[in-house]
Design a protein around this ligand. Structure first.
Ligand code: CMC
Length: 392
């Protein structure tokens, strides 16, 4: 009943109330549960921030210790789930492998899927936080034909992930504390971003009372797209293509401005940020240090810097308020860390997981939640009479 408003892409429509993340796009502000992102990044660890997002408050030292221990107990994958990875082609992109494996968790934990049983939601939360890094590392190992490594629960979450990704069973893996710190910080920057495409997907799927694994699996698929999390992979591919084309940046920028089909300045622009993306500012300032230390691809970094400089002075981008977003420099850092391009969006998913969980839990716990069911404005044929096949 009543009028239906058209809002393509939900530019002006709030789908829920939320107390988790605050963004002021004009002022370039991002806060998790009230804490500014620049105060959290580099100071609070990823698990600490996960706890903050999910439970609403920063943990005390003992709460954090307990949270960490409880997650560590769940890092193993069921041996049957391990078989699952062999069913994919060797060159499978790790994102659909990730979402499929998360979807499959529903089949391994059928006794704890009730969204309205707090204990079951809690155990599913811990399982998901603990197992996603293992799943991600296995997806990588499968793609390079190397043996899977069991998690080592004497390591923290990020250390364990790095070890399972880059380590080998036959030799001890030496952790690089700078790398652990940098990846942990990047996860913090990605941990939540209110009602973006993947989070809205998690909520929409969950609003039908689908379980947490099913909802998060859907979110991973939404994140895969190049306009969303897939942008970090696309940025590097774009820089590679510019380099292969002789490094002619002005020519590339002209192609973007001429709106050649499929040609965008990837890693630029944001639906909400129209001034700057505070996450991008932090990433950019750490890119130098991390790349110096890890020896990144300086040629691509130089291209990225020049591209940014040229775009920021160009009326096309200025008028449209297009600035670098979080994905513009992250790919270069991930590459320097040793990750292949195809793993970049998986890293985004690992970082975004606590946000998806927090948002799903907030929605389920909210008694005013209704099933998500947008309306439409119908533009098809008016009523007409059926013509039998032999008369058409
Ligand atoms: N390169 C060239 N032109 C652009 C870009 C870009 N990256 N982004 C927006 N525009 C243009 C767009 O063509 C439009 O021009 P016009 O008014 O002449 O039609 C204008 O700017 C407004 O853009 P829009 O597409 O209406 O904006 P939106 O809010 O619907 O889209 C976006 C936001 C992030 C999808 C878009 O900016 C984009 O495609 N960026 C590139 C992909 C990317 O970097 N995504 C990562 C986003 S941040 C992390 C995440 O969420 O995953």
């Amino acid at each position: 009943t009543g009028k239906v408003a058209l809002d393509i892409g939900f530019v002006n429509t709030a789908s829920c109330t939320s107390a988790i993340t605050y963004i002021d796009g004009d002022a370039g502000i991002l806060r998790y549960r009230g804490y500014p992102i620049d105060q959290l990044a580099g100071k609070a660890g990823f698990l600490e921030v996960s706890y903050l997002l999910i439970y609403g408050e920063l943990p005390t030292a003992s709460q954090l210790g307990e949270f960490d221990q409880r997650i560590r107990r769940h890092t193993l994958l069921h041996e049957d789930l391990k078989q699952f990875f062999n069913g994919f082609p060797r060159d499978a992109h790790p994102m659909p492998v990730l979402s499929s494996a998360v979807s499959a968790l529903s089949t391994f934990y059928q006794d704890s899927l009730d969204p309205f049983d707090e204990e079951q939601v809690e155990i599913s939360t811990l399982r998901l936080l603990a197992k996603l890094p293992t799943i991600a590392a296995y997806a990588y190992k499968k793609s390079v034909g190397q043996p899977f490594l069991y998690p080592d629960n004497s390591c923290g979450l990020v250390e364990n992930f790095l070890r399972m990704t880059f380590g080998f069973p036959a030799e001890p893996y030496e952790q690089d504390p700078d790398l652990v710190k940098a990846l942990d910080m990047l996860f913090v920057l990605h941990a939540d971003h209110e009602q973006n495409c993947s989070t809205s997907t998690v909520r929409l799927v969950g609003s039908s009372h689908a379980n947490l694994f099913a909802s998060v699996s859907a979110g991973i698929n939404a994140l895969f797209g190049p306009l969303h999390g897939g942008a970090n992979q696309s940025v590097l591919e774009m820089l590679d293509a510019i380099k292969a084309d002789g490094g002619d940046i002005p020519r590339f920028v002209e192609r973007v401005k001429n709106k050649e089909p499929g040609v965008k300045l990837m890693g630029f622009g944001h639906r909400v940020y129209k001034n700057y993306d505070p996450r991008a500012a932090i990433v950019k300032s750490t890119a130098d240090t991390v790349l110096d230390k890890l020896g990144g691809n300086n040629e691509l970094l130089d291209l990225a810097r020049q591209l940014e400089e040229i775009a920021l002075q160009d009326d096309f981008f200025v008028e449209r308020k297009l600035y670098p977003n979080v994905d513009f420099y992250t790919g270069l850092i991930y590459q320097a860390m040793g990750f292949p391009t195809r793993m970049f969006t998986v890293l985004f998913a690992l970082g975004r997981l606590p946000g998806w969980i927090a948002q799903w839990r907030e929605m389920i716990a909210d008694p005013t939640t209704k099933i998500g069911r947008p309306r439409q404005l119908y533009t098809g044929a008016t009523e007409r009479d059926f013509v039998p096949l032999d008369a058409r």
